[in-house]
Design a protein around this ligand. Structure first.
Ligand code: NAD
Length: 492
């Protein structure tokens, strides 16, 4: 499992050209499953970021990009075709640099966003109500015809995470391009190649004009901050940790940046006492998918006290049998964490769980046996967790499930909402009506009742509370990249 044969694009896309960093610096791209160096990529500095921002500003201010809708649709369709032609190369690259199990690339890591992440907003270009007419008015002796126009915000700074890098990039790029903005994208340093590949495809296979999309790779997180403080950037679209999201808001305030923030979560799966436990409870091990590196993971399982022992037995068996290891093996659900830093963070939180008195029943070793290389952490299950414990409150971003008992439905709602986060969750019940009634009381941006999935390019995704501001995807996500202008002309 070396990721051999994966040869990534080393150059960035700035002002329509594939370029190295001005300094000539590069950094290594590491395979997290083997710790081997896959290759390298440009390590941009402030001067490169400055050029990218200038190019995006120029493309927005001095071309017809923001108003030429038919051309934008054409460009998105070209990019879709180009991406599809390199689908299998992308898959291998994602497995190698992200450490994602290949099975997950058939879901949100690649196939789902590839299917409609660009094409849904491209179609929306034709369908969206770019203009609407208000009733005419007579004020101050003037008869006015009144209109509302929707226009691109301007230059977007898009800052990406490493856990689902392609999915997040496509979910930003589609609506940003469809709405007529220009963009500077800064991928996470851990996963640069899928982004530089898209940069190369844009340069070589599409008519997207120079400066409209810029992709700047760097080990320096402060290049992200450069985007948030630069007055030429109008909006920051960020996916990542809550702490960084807060800093972006704070730093962006000086130039009154519009911000879209998709942040962390600590979502609850509520298993009601009438649920079919044998089916529903074992599925809780899906918290281990991609080693738990997903913001919408249901990392708190709420079990009714009346059926607690039965539930614990089922989830223990499921967590003991999670297929994990080599991400290139299609049978595996989880591979490694992205980096040594993340592994140490996760094992540190596991230690905190033990110290605070939670009962560890599966996993929990500092280093899994027989895994000298790779940033692996075992599937880990804590039971008897109190919702006030650190492991029930903090986003762990690892394969760790906490099981929390509750007394009655009222108590389940209280525990689920007792979180600074509000991203996702699930409710399982024999009665869909009972589940839906409870869903109205849960303070999260998305929720699945029984075996169902809200995901889609047309489905608004984002968080309540500390899980973020704004929505990605759907009409809400599309509009987020638009300004609103009220227009009046004399009524004739
Ligand atoms: P992070 O939020 O620090 O990094 C995400 C992106 O933000 C990267 O591209 C990074 O370069 C950039 N960035 C960092 N500091 C910045 C700044 N001051 N201004 C602008 N951009 C900046 O996340 P991380 O440190 O890689 O991971 C830490 C934790 O974040 C994880 O353990 C997890 O809990 C959470 N996380 C959440 C998501 C999510 O989808 N919600 C994704 C990744 C990580």
């Amino acid at each position: 499992m070396t990721g051999q044969g994966v040869a990534g694009e080393t150059r960035m896309l700035i002002d329509g050209r594939l370029v190295a960093a001005a300094s000539g610096a590069t950094f290594d791209n590491i395979n997290p499953a083997t710790e081997e160096v896959l290759g390298h990529v440009a390590d941009a500095g402030a001067v490169d970021m400055d050029r990218a921002i200038a190019a995006a500003r120029r493309a927005f201010d001095h071309t017809d990009w923001s108003t030429n809708r038919a051309f934008r649709r054409h460009c998105l369709e070209q990019l879709q075709e180009a991406l599809e032609s390199e689908r299998e190369l992308l898959r291998a690259e994602l497995v190698a640099e992200v450490g994602t199990p290949v099975a997950v690339t058939y879901m949100a890591q690649l196939e789902w966003p590839l299917e409609e992440g660009l094409l849904w907003p491209a179609k929306e270009i034709e369908q969206f109500a770019w203009e609407r007419e208000l009733p005419s008015s007579t004020l101050a002796g003037m008869n006015s015809r009144r209109l509302v126009w929707k226009e691109a915000v301007g230059v977007v700074g898009a800052i990406l995470p490493w856990n689902y890098p392609f999915e997040v990039m496509i979910s930003k790029l589609g609506p940003i391009v469809a709405t007529g903005n220009t963009v500077v994208i800064k991928p996470a340093p851990d996963t640069p190649w899928n982004a530089t590949r898209i940069g190369r495809l844009i340069a070589e296979r599409t008519d997207i004009p120079a400066g409209v999309v810029n992709i700047v790779t760097s080990t320096d997180h402060l290049l992200g901050e450069q985007l948030t403080v630069d007055p030429r950037v109008d909006l920051i679209s960020f996916t990542g940790s809550t702490a960084t999201g807060q800093r972006i808001m704070e730093k962006g305030a000086a130039t009154l940046k519009r911000v879209f923030l998709e942040l962390g979560g600590k979502s609850a799966a509520i298993i009601l006492d009438d649920a079919d436990f044998a089916t529903v409870v074992p599925a809780g091990m899906s918290v281990c998918m991609h080693a738990g590196q997903g913001c919408a993971m249901q990392t708190r399982m709420l079990l009714p006290r009346s059926r607690y022992d039965e539930g614990v037995e089922l989830i223990t068996a499921a967590m003991q049998n999670v297929p994990w290891g080599d991400p290139t093996d299609p049978a595996n659900l989880m591979g490694p964490l992205i980096s040594a830093r993340q592994r140490d963070r996760v094992t540190g939180l596991i230690r905190t769980g033990i110290d605070e008195g939670a009962e560890l029943v599966v996993g929990g070793a500092e280093r899994p046996a027989g895994r000298e290389r790779g940033f692996f952490v075992e599937p880990t299950l804590f039971i008897g967790v109190d919702n006030s414990m650190t492991i029930a409150q903090e986003e762990i971003f690892g394969p760790v499930l906490t099981v929390i008992p509750y007394e009655d439905d009222e108590d389940a709602v209280r525990i689920a909402n007792d979180s600074k986060y509000g991203l996702a969750g699930a409710i399982h019940s024999a009665s869909t009506e009972r589940g839906m009634a409870m869903a109205r009381r849960i303070r999260t941006g998305s929720l699945a009742v029984n075996a169902s999935l809200w995901y889609g390019a047309d489905s608004p995704y984002g968080g309540y509370k500390n899980s973020g501001i704004g929505r990605q995807n759907g009409i809400e996500g599309f509009e987020q990249y638009l300004e609103t202008k009220a227009i009046s002309v004399p009524l004739v």
